[in-house]
Design a protein around this ligand. Structure first.
Ligand SMILES: C[S@@+](CC[C@H](N)C(=O)[O-])C[C@H]1O[C@@H](n2cnc3c(N)ncnc32)[C@H](O)[C@@H]1O
Length: 396
């Protein structure tokens, strides 16, 4: 209520009315820049991976920014890992309109063009996107600001977002001057507090595909639909494959008039606000058919109009059911994951999207490359690989 009376203020893509989560902050100057324009930071949660002590040691200027943010009512959290934040009890069940990670970076281990270094970065970004997806409000956006020239373009941010079900809504050119007071930091190593030239750089604005009720291609829903339709065709044709075009209309009709598990509604009802009369109801004299009276056309018409008035509410309800369904699936999937710790000498596959070496093979490309042997573990879920002929990958 209090916020409603205060005038809305904007800075670039951010409004004082948005609930904003900022992760991987350096000296918190980006958060401070937004809060200064808003005149308040009650709508912001600003976080860093480092503890407060380490952060202030790395970035002496962080102290003043943190003080300002605290005065303006910002929630400040430290030791927030962007790749595991959805399970952080301090952020539990909070949903946001904007989740922002500026210049994500896994640290300087190898050169930036080394595939292994790119894999480390991609893991951070992907982990962040998976978590952010779960913490977004409907029509919220995840923003990653990132350099776009080589070798940073090889992180393939768009593909990483698509892999987790996010859609690139827009990619906009980023400039430091858009955020007065913001000083981007390297954040790692002995030169943590130094800034770096951002060069060619963009903010990737990804949104969820909850809107996919209207646009199936957005989240793989189209592929699910196609699979269902194909299944229907195969069942009908029983080997007479040449006649598939004749059957397609019937299959589509059956598809559109059958309720889906995720929505508990038929696609037909969600579009037209009423259920279709299917042929069997005519043959079997269904109650719906019996109750219909030709001379009661006016009453029917009124009832249909009422249905149309309620359809928006019904669609909202279905959107919520889809989110709940998605969460149930994620929970089910996660509960089946068996944690496996890797050891040196283990044989492993590598996701082909990491190097993109097989991208020319298109949709039919294999998801995994080689078996490799783990030469050295350098961190949790991170290792140096050997090919089976004994060649070390990357720089190692
Ligand atoms: C290049 S710095 C950018 C810092 C800051 N965002 C800025 O724009 O100045 C990369 C930052 O990513 C953070 N980071 C790396 N891995 C992270 C993770 N898993 N969760 C949260 N932050 C992470 C580091 O702590 C570091 O501050």
């Amino acid at each position: 209520m209090k916020d409603e009376k205060v005038q809305e203020r904007w800075i670039q893509h951010y409004s004082s009315r948005h609930q904003i989560l900022l992760v991987g902050e350096g000296n918190f100057s980006f958060s401070a820049s937004l809060a200064t324009v808003f005149g308040s930071a009650h709508n912001m949660v600003a976080t860093s991976l480092d503890s407060r002590e380490l952060l202030e040691e790395k970035h002496p200027s962080a102290r003043a920014n943190l003080q300002l943010l605290e005065q303006l009512g910002c929630t400040i959290l430290h030791q927030v890992d962007a790749t595991a934040m959805m399970r952080d009890p301090r952020l539990d069940s909070k949903l946001f309109d904007r989740i922002v990670f500026n210049f994500p970076h896994a640290g300087f281990i190898f050169s930036e063009s080394d595939p292994f270094q790119i894999e480390l970065h991609s893991n951070v970004v992907k982990g962040f996107l998976i978590n952010a997806y779960e913490m977004l409000r409907e029509s919220g956006q995840v923003h990653i600001t990132h350099k776009t020239a080589h070798p940073f373009s090889k992180w393939n941010i768009e593909d990483l977002a698509e892999d987790v079900g996010l859609d690139l809504a827009e990619k906009v050119v980023f400039s430091l001057y858009q955020y007065p007071g913001y000083i981007n930091k390297r954040g790692h190593g002995s030169r943590s507090d130094e800034t770096f030239p951002v060069g060619e750089c963009s903010t990737f604005k990804d949104s969820t595909t909850f809107s996919s009720l209207a646009y199936g291609q957005a989240n793989g829903q189209a592929e699910v639909n196609n699979r269902t339709i194909l299944h229907g065709l195969k069942t009908c044709l029983e080997g007479a494959k040449g006649t598939w075009a004749d059957e397609l209309l019937y299959i589509l009709w059956a598809y559109k008039t059958t309720s889906r598990v995720a929505t508990d509604e038929t696609p037909f009802n969600l579009v037209y606000g009423m259920e279709a009369l299917i042929p069997i109801e005519i043959l079997a004299n269904s109650p719906k058919l019996m109750a219909y009276k030709e001379d009661n056309g006016g009453g029917n018409f009124e009832a249909l109009r009422e249905n149309l008035d309620l359809i928006e509410e019904q669609r909202d309800y279905v959107a919520m059911r889809m989110i709940a369904y998605h969460r149930r699936i994620v929970g089910y999937y996660n509960s089946r994951v068996r944690n496996k710790t890797m050891e040196e000498g283990d044989l492993v596959f590598r996701r082909s999207t990491v190097t993109n070496a097989l991208k020319d093979d298109g949709k039919l490309r294999a998801n995994w490359e080689e078996p490799y042997c783990i030469q050295k573990l350098v961190g949790p879920n991170t290792c140096i690989l050997l090919t089976l002929s004994g060649e070390t990958l990357g720089k190692t």
